[in-house]
Design a protein. Structure first.
Length: 270
């Protein structure tokens, strides 16, 4: 059975779920901070590439995808070792029922879906990462619908199929470049919310870093891309029990609120 057949069969296991990772010590907090710093660095690099008229938008997204691929492979190897694909498929085939298999399946499914998101139109990538006193959660979803007007929107002239005159093509290209410049400015101004939500544990008090979070939405409709990046507050009453081991947990009220307020006609694909 191929991966897409397995993942369809196990979709109910992953839909509206999140990963919960304990933070038992300073080393775990430092690892979280460094990973979030890499995400912020990638956002700043994306802004620079968007602002460069010599870099096609396709290359911007290939660069972003490569960064995400490395991050997912790192997490998969942390969770399940080099044989993470076999671990994930065993979980979806019902041959194992443990948190390692569940996390491997969750991360691998998201990784494969991410690879498709630049070719699949009208699909929104939803990422919500939240920090609590003893853990953090990662909520990844793929949705149908539209992102709210709060998002920045920009065009790719390479994806347009309009039958334009030569002058019209030149104008559309110029308009697309300007919209990408505006998106770059938006990302430069917004990416700081990631660093603020996950500060350096060696330079901040425990009280200062107990709660934090951010949300990132991206989507495409034809040649138009939409992107939203902002702080998002965790619910301090979400968990009753401390985090003992990494686990798959139901998405929290924060994710439901985000989908309700930041999306229109949202349909959960996974």
């Amino acid at each position: 059975m191929e991966w897409h057949e397995r993942s369809e069969a196990g979709a109910d296991t992953l839909r509206r779920q999140a990963v919960r990772i304990p933070l038992p010590d300073r080393e775990a907090e430092r690892d979280l901070h460094e990973n979030m710093a890499r995400i912020a660095d990638a956002g700043e690099r994306k802004a620079r590439l968007l602002d460069d008229p010599d870099v096609p938008l396709t290359e911007v997204y290939e660069d972003e995808l490569d960064e995400m691929r490395q991050s997912f492979e790192y997490r998969l190897q942390q969770v399940a070792g080099e044989e993470y694909y076999d671990v994930a498929t065993a979980y979806l085939d019902g041959e194992r029922d443990d948190w390692i298999g569940a996390l491997a399946a969750y991360y691998l499914e998201c990784y494969y879906r991410l690879q498709e998101r630049y070719t699949v139109d009208e699909q929104i990538f939803f990422l919500l990462i939240l920090r609590y006193p003893d853990c953090f959660t990662v909520n990844l979803s793929f949705l149908g619908g539209e992102i709210s007007r709060d998002a920045v929107r920009y065009e790719s002239s390479a994806l347009a199929d309009a039958d334009l005159t030569e002058r019209g093509q030149e104008q559309y290209y110029a308009d697309s470049q300007y919209s990408q410049h505006e998106a770059a400015e938006y990302l430069r101004e917004s990416v700081g919310c990631i660093r603020e939500a996950f500060p350096d544990p060696d330079a901040t008090s425990a009280e200062r870093r107990q709660y934090g979070g951010f949300i990132h939405l991206t989507g495409r409709q034809g040649p138009t891309f939409a992107e939203l990046l902002d702080s998002w507050a965790p619910d301090p009453d979400r968990f009753d029990e401390p985090a003992a081991t990494p686990d798959i947990v139901p998405e929290g009220p924060e994710a439901r609120r985000a989908k309700r307020t930041l999306l229109t006609d949202a349909e959960v694909l996974i």
